[in-house]
Design a protein around this ligand. Structure first.
Ligand SMILES: *[C@@H]1O[C@H](CO)[C@@H](O)[C@H](O)[C@H]1NC(C)=O
Ligand SMILES: *[C@@H]1O[C@H](CO)[C@@H](O)[C@H](O)[C@H]1NC(C)=O
Ligand SMILES: *[C@@H]1O[C@H](CO)[C@@H](O)[C@H](O)[C@H]1NC(C)=O
Length: 588
């Protein structure tokens, strides 16, 4: 294993899998012993983390190695993700099929219609704002509940047993947490109060995963269940949650239905169905239980269908957490694990037919290096086909305030060709900057975003430890819109075209780009991004909802050695134990 650190090649990595495959064939116990011993001897983690995290993941790895041929795409993907030794793999081409090749929506605006796709003589509905008063929607993400600020783990402030809490602690966290901590319950409460204060008229809330449920389902942390009840009790308006990669135990391990019997993970979906029903209704809750955590619902009184997708079945990157090893157990890649993309396509078909509009909500955005390139590509074919039906996407996971734009042709990325927009909200957890939630203004006729304001609390202000003050940060429309020439029309939404033009401002005006870079963490954990390479890579990432087009490069090495540095740059995430390759912009 020392060879990994020496920067060996892809071929050598595959060679290395050979004895591991032989060991896997001996049985899980021998395999687990080997990995736990490796982890403990090298001091990669504390012994309890080695036994726990590695011990629960290693049997999955053994299962993978028994299932695949070392000549397969899966083996190369594995060496790429886990060791960073193979280059990111090319997408395996697959054409998603559509029952209607062309938009069939009925033109409802007599004068403003435009022709749909080339060769299609039917009109596609054109969504135009009538300038009516917008309604408000709150967006929360990555709450990550957490006790003490100094501990030996990657993320502190949790009860890890003996020595991790209580009087032995050198420096207890403030009541509302600090930069080493995930969000304490008091901070969650403070945020909920701030939401009531700043957005009293909100229509509903969306949670894009890694919320309180995450640790609740970690079987060894049952006491956090109290957080969930607190959360559930305090949320007064309807809320639409999505599954985060932490929202299962062990973390990230959403096994594909083809890998293990679906019944093994049914419990997690049953818990969600039960807890979410009061918000999403009976029918959507039934879908959660039967459709791997995915559901859709037309929000009452609107023509807006909210489609909540469990994106974790193609989440491959670690971002400080164990790599989802279930992805590597098939020689022949599965185009659509658990049928989720097929379901998404069908939902969008129904939305279009019904003359409704859709929001796609999920945890992991599709454009990041964390997303398997294959499923990201296939999903983008669906987004392209239904771009007129999808009003917007909403995600979290990266912990930073950002966005992703989609285009029909990634070789031609321009404002004129931009056709989709994903809004990515920052995290509540103070470990990733200043805690934040967003409030959107939504047009009631198009369901597009007219504006949003992030509300944040400044964790370095003295008031933070006593009573955090939540303040509006900026208006996206007023702030970024002010740099656009010509300015946008009052009826224009903050769509892909708007945000593409904003990235053009970044290209020519360093100060606006640096403003954006500061705002990523709400000024709470600003990473240096001076120099044109970092800027180019950042802009490239913003201009990509498709993983293969985000300009990311992978770097060799086991990331768990210097994981803190790597994850802060690449993932800005905060979660225990990593077993995966690091990634950072090639400038870094
Ligand atoms: C909430 O709605 C009420 C009634 O329409 C209005 O008077 C009030 O200004 C609104 N509050 C905010 C913060 O928008
Ligand atoms: C947070 O507070 C610190 C200390 O007062 C200040 O220097 C910093 O500019 C503030 N940041 C933001 C984003 O408000
Ligand atoms: C940065 O992007 C610009 C515009 O896309 C391009 O002309 C330039 O060559 C890029 N620079 C680097 C170092 O990639």
């Amino acid at each position: 294993m020392g060879a990994v650190e020496a920067g060996i090649s892809c071929g050598t990595c595959i060679g290395l899998l050979l004895p591991l495959k032989a060991l896997a064939n001996v049985g899980d116990d021998a395999f687990v012993d080997f990995f736990v011993g490796f982890c403990t001897k090298l001091g990669i983690e504390d012994a309890d983390v080695c036994a726990g995290a590695v011990g629960t993941q290693a049997p999955i790895l053994a299962h993978d190695l028994r299932s695949i041929s070392l000549a397969s795409h899966a083996a190369k993907n594995f060496c790429s993700t886990v060791f960073g030794l193979c280059p990111l793999q090319q997408v395996i081409p697959y054409s998603v099929t559509f029952t209607d090749a062309h938009p069939l929506g009925v033109e409802q605006s007599a004068t403003k219609g435009h022709k749909a796709r080339q060769g299609d003589d039917k009109m596609e509905r054109k969504w135009i704002s009538k300038g009516r008063k917008p309604f408000q929607v709150v967006h929360l993400s990555d709450v990550h509940p957490g006790s003490n600020t100094i501990c030996s783990k990657v993320i502190c402030c949790r009860d890890y047993g003996l020595g991790s809490t209580g009087p032995d602690i050198e420096k207890p966290a403030g009541r509302f947490g600090n930069k080493h901590c995930d969000a304490p319950v008091d901070l969650v409460e403070s945020m909920l109060t701030a939401i009531e204060y700043h957005a009293p008229n909100k229509s509903f809330t969306i949670f894009t995963g890694d919320v309180v449920e995450s640790a609740v389902w970690a079987v060894n942390e049952p006491d956090v269940a109290d957080d969930l009840h607190l959360w559930n009790g305090e949320m007064q308006t309807p809320s639409y949650p999505a599954f985060g990669n932490h929202d299962i135990a062990p973390v990230n391990a959403f096994p594909r239905a083809s890998s293990v019997a679906a019944t093994e993970t049914q419990w997690v979906f049953d818990v969600a169905a039960r807890d979410w029903e009061k918000w999403i209704g009976k029918e959507a809750a039934r879908q959660v239980a039967t459709n791997y955590g995915c559901y859709s619902r037309v929000h009452p009184g609107t023509g807006l269908r909210i489609i909540s997708v469990n994106t974790n079945y193609w989440y491959k990157q670690n971002c400080g957490s164990p790599t989802p090893l279930w992805l590597y157990d098939h020689d022949e890649p599965l185009w659509d694990p658990n049928g989720i993309l097929t379901w998404l396509r069908n939902e969008l078909h129904d939305t279009e037919k019904a003359g409704q509009r859709a929001w796609i909500i999920g945890h992991m955005p599709f454009g990041k290096v964390d997303a398997m390139r294959d499923q990201s590509n296939y999903a983008n074919q669906i987004f392209d086909r239904y771009h007129n039906t999808i009003a917007a996407h909403f995600y979290g996971h990266s912990h930073v305030d950002e966005f992703e734009i989609s285009y029909p042709d990634y070789d031609d990325r321009r404002a004129e060709t931009a056709q989709g927009i994903a809004y990515i909200s920052g995290a509540l957890t103070p470990a990733s900057g200043n805690p934040v939630f967003r409030v959107y203004d939504i047009d009631p006729d198009t369901y597009e975003v007219m504006d949003f304001i992030p509300y944040y609390t400044n964790k370095t202000e003295p008031s933070f430890d006593i009573n955090p003050i939540w303040k509006p940060y900026y208006s996206a429309r007023q702030s970024y819109g002010s740099y656009l020439d010509p300015p946008i029309d009052d009826l224009d939404s903050l769509d892909g075209k708007f945000w593409h033009r904003v990235t053009e401002v970044f290209e020519r005006d360093e100060s606006v780009f640096q403003l954006f870079n500061t705002r990523l963490s709400r000024g709470g954990k600003v990473e240096d991004c001076s120099g044109h390479i970092c800027k180019n890579n950042t802009i490239c990432m913003l201009r990509s909802m498709r993983s293969e087009s985000n300009c990311a490069v992978i770097q060799p090495g086991l990331s768990f050695k210097d994981r803190k540095r790597d994850t802060e740059v690449s993932c800005r995430s905060s979660s225990p134990t990593s077993l995966g390759a690091s990634w950072r912009p090639s400038s870094a």
